[in-house]
Design a protein around this ligand. Structure first.
Ligand code: DGL
Length: 280
């Protein structure tokens, strides 16, 4: 990769706002990098959709990030899209590193004392081959309580990060897990760390919440280092770069959520615009 190519941006996408739980960690970790985030909120949630649809949407977004935005690497900041589309995306873009995510069953299995783990994820993730593989590798010696959290992603997409409606929804999901004896809950959808505080209000200190976003952020750094793709941090012009945040959904809602999710300094450097996709 030539020095100028290392200055190309890193693309991140999710079905919507969830991937912001990964993106918000990256500007501090990689201050010389520029990021382009696509929130496909106009077509969220992906969870109940078919594999074929999720693959088609993901291919479309990655094509945009690679062909139009010239991204040098991609982060699939979505468990559901990773489970359905990561293999296909890597095959179609063999020269672009693609970092995906998976529900953190492994660290949860290592952390639990009661041997009982709750997993909050989407129906798409639970139904995936990838999840079945994870469970057969790390879930054999633990008891797992799964909840597809119907309606939770949509509430978060509506910008409800702290509302009474959100708490009422979480009350239908989290207490049954606690009653079942779990001491660890996997936040297996990137939307859920955005409401981690509201979840922790219900669990108190009884339960450890496992958010895979920091591990994914570190994995991105490792991949960029290994492939000599890091932007030159010595060049001060590159520091404090502006980042692009695009949505196929409601822009005002995205802007509101960005003010809640990002620190004020980074927030000033986020340029919001529309992401439009072909419908044929
Ligand atoms: N944020 C996504 C995930 O990590 C999916 C949410 C959805 O669109 O259903 O699984």
């Amino acid at each position: 990769m030539s020095p100028s190519e290392t200055q190309h941006p890193i693309g991140i996408f999710d079905s919507g706002l969830g991937g912001l739980s990964v993106f918000r960690l990256l500007p501090d970790l990689l201050p010389a990098e520029r990021f382009v985030y696509v929130a496909d909120s106009g077509r969220a949630p992906y969870g109940p959709r078919s594999n074929a649809e999720i693959i088609a949407f993901s291919e479309q977004i990655v094509e945009y990030l690679v062909e139009v935005e010239n991204c040098k690497a991609i982060v699939i900041a979505c468990n559901t899209a990773t489970a359905a589309a990561a293999k296909v995306l890597r095959k179609r873009n063999p020269t672009i590193p693609i970092v995906g995510m998976e529900p953190a069953v492994k660290p949860a299995a290592q952390a639990t004392v009661t041997g009982k783990v709750g997993v909050m994820a989407t129906a798409g993730t639970f139904g995936s081959e990838k999840y079945a593989e994870l469970m057969s590798q790390y879930g054999r010696d633990i008891e797992v309580f799964e909840d597809p959290c119907v309606g939770l992603v949509s509430l978060i997409e509506e910008g409800e990060l702290k509302s009474v409606r959100l708490s009422a929804k979480l009350e239908t999901i989290v207490p049954p897990m606690i009653e079942a004896g779990v001491d660890t809950i996997v936040l297996g959808c990137t939307h859920f760390p955005l409401v981690e505080e509201a979840i922790a209000e219900i669990t108190g200190k009884l339960v450890t919440l496992v958010n895979p976003a920091p591990a994914v952020a570190r994995q991105l750094v490792r991949v960029l280092e290994a492939q000599n793709l890091l932007a030159d941090a010595g060049d001060s012009i590159l520091k404090h770069r502006n980042h692009s945040v695009m949505t196929s959904g409601n822009m005002e809602r995205l802007k509101r959520v960005l003010t809640e999710v990002f620190d004020p300094e980074t927030h000033k450097r986020l340029l919001v615009s529309a992401y439009t996709f072909d419908t044929d």
